[in-house]
Design a protein around this ligand. Structure first.
Ligand SMILES: Cc1ncc(COP(=O)(O)O)c(C=O)c1O
Length: 487
């Protein structure tokens, strides 16, 4: 018998794609000559652990962007962009106002470690104003979304003197060694788990993914009840081991949650979930931290996703991705007393609050104040959602379409009754869409969802065209994979 250790090594090796397969795939999916040649060079240089090799059997080589939601590869092939670079390019591409702000700052000075600047302080004031919560706030700058999460975790533990953090199964909060314990995607856990010691003091609760209830319920009306019951039970029973109310002891510092699950496939919980979690957090003196790295900046049709729920005021909100018009930048905005609970230099990274990022973020916020692009996201999202939902009548492979603003998730199944995930089909469709000129992100608990997040500049014609292309590809998938039409 093969020793277990060898089997484990083989298991992990099986997660590595073969360069030959990637090259073969680039030949099969309609890439131009330059792309086909370049992929070989890329494979000589880039680690196979890089994200593009997980997103596509063979990734496109992106060169530039154009009107509305168009992106071009090095052969000049146009793609309708359904990703906005993972929700970074919410405001579209090539905005001169953001570019001018960056150039103006670069001409003055690009960066000087983490020193204070007038603009950085101004940005902090603006962010405190535009985030939910009428209490005094302060900011802390970081660079990445993972970095922002790490700061929030450190701060919550320090401020409360408690160590446990509650997060949701299926959440994504980053892939650094610290945040990996809060991220439950396949590639994090399968490749790196266990992640000691960082996943000590992390409590995971189920997320109400209503289409596939973690408790096996099929009624949507009651969605979230079981998940919430577990949280209530955990916090009220001393024997459960987390809190002991009779002795006034609770070791939980914070909830750290994604309001909608993004990396998991754009899954929106039932309306009662976030308000209930917020309420129970308040009742138990637990901080409520929301990670709006992906759902923020207008993506869901409101500036912040938590604004869909009146009276929910997070103690800390994490902002990143689209906040600086495409430059890497993140911010932790929180209650003043929490943000001041540590001493000077308690956390730092060289590029925190860097000057070009500050300039780009200020320009981005000015656009939000002036143009209200989140309303564009809401309007266009409604239109696109309606068009995508209309495809359900013809295509049984669609199990569910969910969306708020231009934040839309589509789940694919082999059978609408059994909900058997259409994993192979979704992978195939991702490549076929690429071939026909559309960039989509395949994700989901079973890698059977598309997470659609086009830039808000997408035109109505481009949305119509996208629906037409989806129609074609769904039809082909149903035929190729023998999905019965009458279900
Ligand atoms: C909700 C959420 N949090 C955190 C992160 C991590 O951000 P970054 O990749 O900038 O570290 C992401 C990235 O996709 C995210 O979607």
């Amino acid at each position: 018998m093969e020793p277990k250790i060898l089997a484990t090594i083989k298991e992990k090796l099986s997660l590595i794609p073969s360069p030959e397969d990637i090259i073969k795939s680039s030949e099969n999916w309609g890439f131009g000559e330059k792309s086909k040649k370049f992929i070989r060079e890329a494979l000589e240089v880039e680690s196979l652990g890089a994200m593009p090799f997980s997103m596509y059997d063979s990734p496109p080589i992106i060169e530039s962007a154009g009107e509305g939601a168009l992106v071009y590869d090095i052969d000049g092939k146009a793609y309708i962009d359904m990703m906005a670079g993972f929700s970074v390019n919410n405001l579209g591409y090539g905005r001169n106002d953001i570019l001018d702000a960056i150039i103006r700052q670069y001409k003055k000075i690009a960066q000087y470690s983490e020193m204070l600047t007038v603009d950085r302080v101004l940005l902090g004031k603006k962010l405190s104003e535009i985030t939910p919560g009428s209490f005094p706030k302060k900011v802390f700058y970081e660079v990445t979304g993972s970095g922002a999460n790490e700061v929030a975790i450190k701060l919550a533990r320090l401020y409360t003197g408690k160590q446990y953090i509650i997060t949701q199964y299926g959440d994504y909060h980053g892939r650094t060694i610290g945040t990996s314990a809060f991220t439950h995607s396949f590639s994090t856990w399968a490749q790196h788990y266990p992640i000691p010691p960082h996943d000590t003091c992390v409590i995971r609760i189920p997320f109400p993914y209503c289409y596939r209830c973690p408790f096996g319920k099929s009624s949507h009306e009651e969605c979230g009840e079981e998940c919430f019951h577990l949280v209530e039970f955990m916090l009220s029973s001393s024997y459960y081991g987390v809190c002991d109310k009779s002795r006034r002891t609770c070791n939980i510092a914070a909830f750290l949650i994604e309001p909608f699950q993004s990396a998991a496939g754009y899954i929106i919980p039932p309306d009662n979930w976030i308000p209930k979690l917020h309420k129970i957090a308040k009742e138990n003196d637990i901080l409520f931290i929301v990670d709006e790295i992906q759902t923020g900046c207008g993506r869901t049709g409101k500036l912040w996703a938590v604004e869909h729920y009146p009276n929910v005021e997070p103690d800390i909100i994490l902002v990143g991705k689209a906040i600086a018009g495409g430059l890497p930048f993140s911010v932790i905005v929180g209650r003043r007393e929490i943000m001041d609970s540590w001493g000077p230099g308690a956390h730092s990274t060289t590029f925190a609050g860097y000057m070009l990022g500050v300039a780009a973020a200020l320009a981005t916020i000015e656009i939000f104040e002036r143009e209200k692009p989140e309303l564009e996201s809401a309007r266009k999202g409604e239109y696109f959602l309606k068009g995508l939902r209309s495809l359900m009548d013809r295509h049984p492979i669609i199990g569910e379409v969910q969306g708020k603003g231009l934040y839309i998730g589509i789940e694919f199944v082999r059978n609408r009754h059994t909900k058997e995930p259409a994993t192979t089909e979704t992978k195939w469709m991702t490549m076929r869409l690429l071939q026909l000129g559309m960039l989509v992100k395949c994700s989901g608990y079973y890698r059977n969802r598309f997470a659609l997040s086009p830039p808000f500049t997408i035109t109505y014609e481009q949305m119509d065209k996208a629906i037409e292309i989806f129609d074609t590809v769904l039809e082909e998938a149903e035929k190729n994979f023998s999905i019965p039409k009458n279900q």
